[in-house]
Write a protein that binds this ligand. Structure first.
Ligand SMILES: [Cu+2]
Length: 65
């Protein structure tokens, strides 16, 4: 599944790396668009839920809309 999330608080490459790494750790992949403050995530729904992906991003200190 693919979803685009609005994520608040990302401001630099460090944030991009943190978010991408966090999503990777739960088994998905993420593409961050800093300009739009959005993150497009892709993951296998049979392995991980959207909530888990969101939580992984929030655990890094960002707000997921
Ligand atoms: Cu940053």
């Amino acid at each position: 599944m693919q979803a685009t999330l609005q994520v608040k608080g990302m401001s630099c490459q460090h944030c991009v790396n943190s978010v991408e790494k966090a999503v990777k750790e739960v088994g998905g992949s993420a593409q961050v668009d800093l300009k739009n403050g959005s993150v497009t995530v892709q993951f296998d729904e049979s392995a991980v839920t959207l909530d888990t992906v969101k939580q992984a991003i929030e655990d890094q200190g960002y707000d997921v809309a």
